[in-house]
Design a protein around this ligand. Structure first.
Ligand SMILES: Nc1nc2c(ncn2[C@@H]2O[C@H](COP(=O)(O)OP(=O)(O)OP(=O)(O)O)[C@@H](O)[C@H]2O)c(=O)[nH]1
Ligand SMILES: [Mg+2]
Length: 202
């Protein structure tokens, strides 16, 4: 979180995290295409010729109010490919909320779990934990024939009982509900932090 007192703005960072090709870029591309133009900035994507994210994608949204300030939600994706570990660490810096985009295909279950553990490792290094942090799970690619049941996905990945969504990002299915719930969770968390800080100052 970053507060610009001069402009009365509060900047919040939401990161789409998950294994390679799970659909992170697809999510924010869909949001950029379908959200009210008055609420959004430009979409910045940094990709290889094969459409893989190299460093991050970025989209800024401006919605609602928090404690009389205008919140700007900065959406980022990380590159999922294993060798971009350092980029993921940099993108996670100062994160306020996470959408973990899991790939529902059976053959991706190990990568989903490895990537979630990799995320937990980065958060811990930054003094945070998945247990006490606003995040949601998005089970993507529900349209594919080898997708595993929601029950099994929850058993394997949802050990903290966070909100989860059954999505098909290429069709936009559950893309906005995922984002809205994440924003709600982030705002709840930030408001409680602001209240604690106010009490400390009083
Ligand atoms: N069938 C299907 N394909 C999808 C879905 N979501 C994404 N894809 C496809 O999966 C491929 C990878 O999607 P991306 O959004 O680029 O994946 P990513 O997670 O950003 O990948 P990295 O940047 O390499 O980490 C693309 O060809 C998408 O069109 C989905 O719900 N169903
Ligand atoms: Mg990507």
């Amino acid at each position: 979180m970053f507060i610009n007192w001069l402009l009365n703005e509060i900047h919040l960072k939401i990161v789409y995290y998950g294994p390679g090709l799970s659909g992170k870029t697809e999510n924010i591309t869909y949001i950029h295409k379908h959200i009210d133009p008055a609420l959004k900035g430009d979409l910045i994507t940094l990709k290889t010729r094969e459409d893989r994210t190299i460093f991050f994608d970025f989209l800024q949204l401006e919605v609602g109010q928090i404690a009389g300030k205008k919140p700007k939600f900065n959406l980022y994706t990380v590159p999922g490919q294993v060798h971009y570990q350092l980029s993921r660490k940099v993108v996670l810096n100062g994160v306020d909320g996470i959408v973990f985009v899991a790939d529902s295909q059976r053959e991706m279950m190990d990568s989903n779990l490895d990537t979630l553990l990799d995320l937990e490792k980065h958060l811990i290094a930054d003094g945070k934990t998945l247990e006490h942090f606003p995040w949601v799970l998005q089970y993507n690619k529900r349209d594919l024939p080898t997708s595993v049941s929601i029950n099994e996905m929850n058993q394997k990945l949802n050990f903290f009982n966070v909100p989860y969504f059954e999505s098909v990002a290429t069709q936009g299915k559950e893309v906005f509900p995922t984002l809205k719930t994440t924003i709600k969770e982030v705002v709840k968390h930030v408001q409680s932090q602001l209240n604690v800080n106010q009490r400390k100052r009083a």
